[in-house]
Design a protein around this ligand. Structure first.
Ligand SMILES: Cc1cc2nc3c(=O)[nH]c(=O)nc-3n(C[C@H](O)[C@H](O)[C@H](O)COP(=O)(O)OP(=O)(O)OC[C@H]3O[C@@H](n4cnc5c(N)ncnc54)[C@H](O)[C@@H]3O)c2cc1C
Length: 513
């Protein structure tokens, strides 16, 4: 049986990346169709870390409070060497002024997917499960894709195709985009286990000795941990937890009770050479894969989705198609640097040479406590891991500077009692922020461009965050500053708005919220 259908954006893959893209597009009123050959969302915990920047995107969509009821925080990493606690890195407090979510947060991939799916359905969307993208063609007007469900096929015409279909992406293969990089020689295991023992409950615990490492992450359930380590050399890939139990329980650190999930995997480090070809895009693992060090993979896919959703919506509503080029310009350099960094850290952790073992078990434990003592170092670590440091200074969308805030920076978070300037981002719109007082010309300009205007008091917090009193910050729908100007400059603001702002809008002045 063959059918035909139409949609604005066809999304291949309902993992976390595809689900967030579908939800964001649906909220923006875009007709999105999302398909996945699986029967339903992932049931395995897989990715477990949700970073602060992701929580901020969830807040924009109204999911943040709910996410906080489903997972758990942790804010310390303990380093154990040969069963002795040698060092502790405490991140509590270092990001309190940076983000409403100044901690490391555990919310497993299956929990993320379930939450995103529920909200997609509440917003009127749905996933077509058991349906795969089997091929596609494109021209300057759109994409024609073949979907297969059992014996039935359907041709879908879409304006854009989003490849959120994971590391083996059909979309990436269809575009003939090379996936450059390699695969680690080591094989790893990952298990969700109930644990008692010396491990510090509620923290992350990293255990090293001459021959192996085990990393224990606290899971939302009490005494439950995710443990990750390296399979013994020569081990069969079809091993069970019993093969690694002696390592996991070495030095009396952990005694494992129930094993809820066990799996093995080889780690890859690859980035697609292009993230966009014509009307097709690559997001998430379809565009970049790397070791799970630092819990960045799922978050980077979610960040890709937040970056592309509003650009697709704007292009579909008559905006300049050039905005779509900025997806690759902004997201690919970050993916490349992430893959390189995680690869370096990972190689250091698993390198079997005598020198590397010496550094791991003697040098690192001795030096780490001194290195991480300064708050500035721990703050930089938090900024990196939380993804709140991601910015796009080289994007064509980024221009100007007012105070320390430049075009391309993430809008600084300015709390004011129980509310903050981030409340305004829930509209998922372009908007102008002024911290201080307003002139009538700014008001007139916003009205002319149909741009929502948010005025906040110029508080000490705003000053500390690097904002300038009465400056103008033109904020993108994903919470990054597009343009920053210290004072009203009609010509440059008009030029920017002409180029990048959507054409149809309704505006109005809104006092700080
Ligand atoms: C053991 C492990 C631990 C990890 N830990 C972390 C962590 O702590 N933090 C973190 O951020 N990341 C972690 N990751 C990485 C994380 O799981 C991935 O980065 C994340 O799943 C990527 O999401 P995605 O939606 O891009 O791709 P996927 O989750 O792979 O989803 C792709 C989807 O596309 C579907 N699909 C495939 N082919 C087609 C097709 N032809 N048509 C339609 N759909 C298709 C698939 O069925 C799948 O549902 C971990 C990964 C593993 C394996």
């Amino acid at each position: 049986m063959e059918n035909t259908g139409h949609t604005e954006v066809l999304i291949a893959g309902a993992g976390p990346t595809g689900l967030l893209l579908a939800l964001w597009l649906t909220r923006l009123g875009v007709k999105a169709r999302i398909v996945d050959p699986k029967p339903g969302p992932t049931e395995e915990s897989r990715a477990i870390g949700v970073q602060a920047r992701t929580m901020e995107f969830y807040d924009q969509l109204g999911l943040g409070a709910e996410a906080l009821t489903r997972g758990r925080h942790f804010d310390a990493v303990n380093l154990w060497v040969q069963g002795r606690l040698r060092s502790q890195v405490r991140l509590r407090g270092v990001g309190d002024d940076l983000t409403p979510h100044p901690y490391l947060y555990i919310l497993t991939q299956d929990q993320n997917e379930t939450m995103l799916l529920e909200h997609l359905e509440k917003s009127g969307g749905a996933v077509a499960w058991r349906t795969e993208l089997s091929g596609f063609t494109q021209d300057e007007n759109g994409v024609s894709a073949t979907l297969r469900r059992g014996d039935a096929t359907e041709t879908v015409h879409a304006a854009f195709l989003a490849g959120c279909d994971g590391a083996r992406s059909t979309v990436r293969h269809g575009l003939s985009v090379p996936f450059t990089g390699g695969t680690q020689v080591q094989t790893f295991y990952v298990a969700d286990v109930s644990v008692t023992g010396k491990l510090r409950e509620g923290d992350m615990n990293l255990s090293l000795d001459d021959t192996h490492f085990s990393a224990f992450f606290p899971m939302p359930e009490p005494n439950r941990h995710r443990v990750v380590g390296q399979l013994p050399e020569g081990a069969d890939e079809h091993v069970t937890f019993e093969s690694v139990r002696p390592e996991v329980e070495a030095h009396g650190l952990a005694r494992v009770g129930d094993v809820h999930w066990f799996s093995t995997y080889r780690s890859h480090h690859r980035v697609a050479e292009r993230f966009r070809v014509g009307r097709a895009f690559l997001l998430g693992d379809a565009g970049h894969v790397h070791s799970p060090v630092g819990g960045q993979g799922m978050n980077t896919g979610l960040g890709d989705a937040a970056n592309l959703a509003w650009k697709l919506a704007q292009a579909l509503r008559g905006g300049d198609l050039a905005v779509l080029n900025t997806y690759e310009t902004e997201r690919r350099p970050f993916a490349v640097s992430l893959v390189n960094t995680t690869d370096r850290v990972f190689s250091g952790v698993v390198n079997p040479s005598a020198l590397a073992r010496f550094i791991r078990t003697w040098v690192v434990p001795a030096v780490l406590p001194i290195l991480v003592r300064p708050r500035a170092v721990r703050r930089r670590m938090f900024l990196t891991v939380s993804q709140t440091r991601i910015h796009y200074p080289d994007s064509p969308l980024s221009t100007g500077q007012a105070g320390r805030v430049r075009g391309g920076d993430r809008l600084p978070w300015v709390p004011d009692g129980a509310s903050s300037n981030y409340g305004a981002l829930k509209s998922l719109d372009w908007q102008l922020h002024v911290y201080g007082s307003l002139t009538s010309e700014v008001q007139t300009w916003c009205a002319a461009w149909g741009l929502p205007l948010h005025v906040f008091p110029f508080s000490r917090v705003a000053r500390r965050a690097g904002l300038t009193q009465n400056a103008l910050y033109l904020v993108r729908p994903d919470g990054y500053v597009g343009m920053a100007v210290p004072r009203f400059e009609q010509a440059s603001l008009d030029a920017y708005a002409e180029r990048w702002l959507p054409k149809v809008k309704s505006g109005g002045v809104q006092a700080g919220q």
